[in-house]
Ligand binder design. Structure first.
Ligand SMILES: Cc1ncc(COP(=O)(O)O)c(C=O)c1O
Length: 420
């Protein structure tokens, strides 16, 4: 571990590293560093949101100052966190069922609301059944580690979400990683597998959470068929947003019926918390028996589940405001490009602004926030350091005035920090 008082540390300097030191030595080293230096790129830590997330949101800075920001940092792309029908359903369920379950699903943790939600998610994906799991992170960890084990092989896109890699690690399967969206590399890996490795699972994000691009799922399912692999898609950021009726990345690539395992979160577009998996009745039955993060983890609170039932009604009707969202996404993309920003290869409501220098990125982001615009930074270990960037999330409720003001702040500060 580096001496905290000689050099500003980096994220990995404080991880367990087998140096034999007392367990809390790294805890103290990090505390000492943070007491003695201010690190620009973590300047947003310690912020508080005061009130509902909306196009204009009130936040409190770590020093106690309170001010409004234009919100370009929420995954509630369709603003369903505050949708009147959703909020009303949650309130009513709170009165009828109380605010929590106090039990895992298989004990007394499943209400009629939970079953309704599972049926609606299955209807949405046109699958036979679905299972809800307490969060998206634990859905990945639980599903992957119960389906795969030693002797199996999991083949992952390099940019998959951390929870996918954690599930892979826990499973004990052989894990192979292909270059981001690189189908030639994926095929090379599939070709290299031995016949004895018959348990094969390709896992990819649908919409990639950090860059907003989408996995070429039509090609992935073709390769999977050719080489005898199953396909799992985590479409946390695609559900409700991409595809002709908002059914996500597989719909956008015309292959919904060829995905074996549809995994997603209830925390982004659906606006609450939770995870799910949709697929064949047999698969879901198996998961109910063996997914430890389902089996051993308390089920979602009824108000949340009731709100989510309304969300899926809106999504199934395609009445949740997807058109407005895409209008706004296009407006922001065009505006950023005409200002000269590099917005990568986004295909979704996540728009990156490439910066490539963590210090510069942190200072840019802090200035933006103080200037009235909330955005998120994406740094190591989420991406490689030279690929660090700002991550803008567009919501359907942003007005033209909100977006024009946001673009004007970005233009001014982008020039100041030498990004455009
Ligand atoms: C692709 C992806 N999968 C899984 C998760 C975890 O979901 P949750 O926040 O519901 O635990 C996230 C959220 O950060 C994500 O972006």
């Amino acid at each position: 571990m580096k001496a905290a008082d000689t050099k500003p540390g980096q994220f990995e300097d404080f991880l367990p590293n087998g140096d034999g030191a007392e367990l809390f030595a790294k805890v103290d080293a990090l505390a000492n560093l943070l007491d003695s230096t201010s690190i620009d790129y973590i300047g947003g830590l310690g912020l508080e949101v005061i009130g509902p997330i909306g196009p204009r949101t009130l936040i409190r800075e770590p020093d106690g100052e309170t001010h409004p920001v234009i919100m370009l940092g929420s995954n509630s792309y369709l603003s369903l966190t505050t949708h009147p029908r959703v909020v009303a359903a949650a309130k009513e369920a709170c009165d009828r069922y109380g605010y929590g379950m106090g039990a895992v699903s298989l004990y007394s943790g499943t209400t009629d609301l939970h079953r309704d939600l599972e049926r609606r998610i299955a209807e949405f994906y046109k699958t036979e059944d679905a299972i809800i799991i307490p969060c998206g992170y634990s859905a990945n960890v639980g599903v992957i580690s119960c389906l795969c084990g030693p002797g199996d092989v999991i083949i992952c896109d390099a940019y998959n979400h951390a929870s996918i890699f954690d599930g892979c690690k826990l499973s004990g399967a052989d894990v192979k990683v292909y270059l981001h969206r690189n189908m030639k590399h994926l095929e090379r890996i599939l070709k290299s597998l031995s016949d004895s490795q018959a348990g094969r699972l390709i896992i990819t994000d649908g919409v990639f959470s950090m860059d907003g691009d989408i996995a070429p799922l039509d090609e992935i399912v073709d390769l999977a068929k050719r080489y005898g692999a199953r396909v799992m898609v985590d479409d946390a950021h695609g559900v409700g947003v991409v595809g002709p009726t908002g059914r996500g990345s597989a719909e956008a690539y015309g292959c919904m019926d060829r995905i074996d395992i549809n995994l997603g979160t209830l925390s982004k577009t659906p606006g609450a918390v939770g995870g799910y998996c949709a697929g064949s009745a047999r698969l879901i039955q198996y998961l109910r028996f063996y997914t430890r993060t389902y089996f051993f983890s308390t089920s979602l609170p009824p108000p949340v589940v009731a709100g989510l039932n309304e969300v899926f009604k809106l999504l199934i009707e395609d009445a949740a405001g997807r058109e407005e969202l895409w209008h706004n996404v296009q407006y922001m993309r065009d505006g950023l490009k005409s200002l000269g920003f590099d917005t990568g290869n986004t295909q979704s409501a996540i728009i990156p602004i490439m910066v490539g220098d963590e210090g510069k990125l942190g200072r840019f982001n802090n200035d933006l926030r103080r200037g009235g615009l909330y955005t998120n930074v994406v740094t190591y270990p989420a991406v490689r350091r030279k690929e660090c960037h700002l991550r803008l999330c567009v919501m359907n409720s942003l007005t033209k005035q909100d977006m024009d003001q946001a673009l004007s702040i970005l233009g001014e500060l982008g020039k100041k920090h030498g990004i455009i």
